[in-house]
Design a protein around this ligand. Structure first.
Ligand code: AHR
Length: 323
């Protein structure tokens, strides 16, 4: 990447992320970040934003890419503890299996902040969690479908996220809650696409084969935009029109889904901000300064976008943010 591109990205990040409040200074603090991997455009943006936020605040960020494996995350966290970092950020790939390592961090008096996903562990083992309300995200997507089909029969196929991850569990639950009162809408098939474009395409191809060449499918609900983009390709390959023959609704609001919405090939997305690190660093700055206990759960917004929301403009606003 050229220096000019880097500067342009840094400038747009600074503009896009400034919320009016001054970033809290954490000069000289060492923070370990255990990231899941790079399964989606959204995840890549979260990594870029975290690096940018760290740089702005003078944080020495130690980054560890777990390549989708919980064992790698646990190893990285143990490494951070051994190094005596000031704090740890972790985006937990799955919900279970964290109690031991979080206890070790707590015993070492190293505060941990969870980013974008939750864990099934006692709340006193982490300082705070910065994430969306993923049940709400599923509900917003489901309600959009209920309103859009307006009583017509609609067979849905669902592309789930990573098995055992809180967004997969909660986005499924929220969507089911939203359609519960609409007997015209049924989920015909549901399978994991592991939050990736390639798996989303592959699983959608199977759904199309199993559902009369896709003729019986009214809508695809994907737990993230990357799987939706993969599904759009599968729909096109089957000779059908995504966005018209098969409605497409998903979550994240990455630039590529706005391109698809602008082209009429996707219909709706629910925004998940990639800026989880900003609030996390604010919480850590206050805690490390004087022990201020933050709110345990910091919930980010879940806004719906459709073709009525200037998709080209939304694409332009996001395209340089590291997705
Ligand atoms: O945990 C957030 C989810 O993880 C995003 O929606 C998805 O794109 C990512 O991989």
């Amino acid at each position: 990447m050229s220096i000019i591109t880097k500067l342009a990205i840094a400038a747009s990040l600074a503009t896009a992320l400034s919320s009016g409040a001054m970033a809290q200074d954490l000069t000289g603090k060492v923070v370990g970040f255990s990231q899941i991997g790079s399964e989606s455009g959204w995840r890549a943006a979260e990594t870029s934003v975290t690096r940018q936020q760290a740089e702005e605040r003078g944080v020495d960020l130690k980054f560890a890419d777990a390549q989708q494996k919980q064992e790698n995350q646990i190893k990285a966290i143990r490494g951070f503890i051994a190094q005596g970092v000031d704090a740890i950020l972790v985006a937990p790939v799955v919900a279970t299996g964290w109690e031991d390592v979080l206890t070790e961090a707590k015993e070492a008096e190293i505060p941990v902040v969870l980013l974008d996903r939750g864990v099934d562990a006692p709340e006193d083992l982490y300082l705070a969690s910065v994430a969306s309300d993923q049940v709400v995200e599923g509900r917003v997507a489901g309600q959009w479908l209920v309103d859009t089909v307006a009583g017509a029969d609609c067979k849905v196929v669902e592309l789930q996220g990573t098995v055992g991850s809180t967004p997969a569990i909660n986005r499924k639950q929220g969507f089911e809650e939203a359609i519960a009162g609409a007997s015209n809408i049924t989920i015909a098939r549901s399978q994991t696409g592991d939050f990736t474009r390639s798996k989303g395409k592959e699983v959608m191809e199977g759904f199309i084969k199993a559902e009369n060449g896709g003729a019986d499918i009214c809508a695809v609900y994907a737990h993230n935009d990357d799987m939706a983009v993969g599904a759009i390709q599968a729909i096109k390959d089957a000779g059908l029109k995504p966005g018209t023959d098969i409605l497409v609704v998903s979550i994240d609001a990455v630039p590529d889904i706005f391109t698809a919405i602008a082209a009429g090939e996707a219909n709706a997305t629910v925004e998940l901000t990639p800026n989880m690190a900003g609030p996390a660093f604010d919480v850590l700055a206050a805690y490390l300064a004087d022990g201020t206990e933050p709110e345990k759960f910091i919930i980010t917004e879940s806004k719906l976008y459709t073709s009525a929301d200037d998709p080209q403009g939304e694409y332009d606003r996001r395209k340089d943010l590291g997705y």
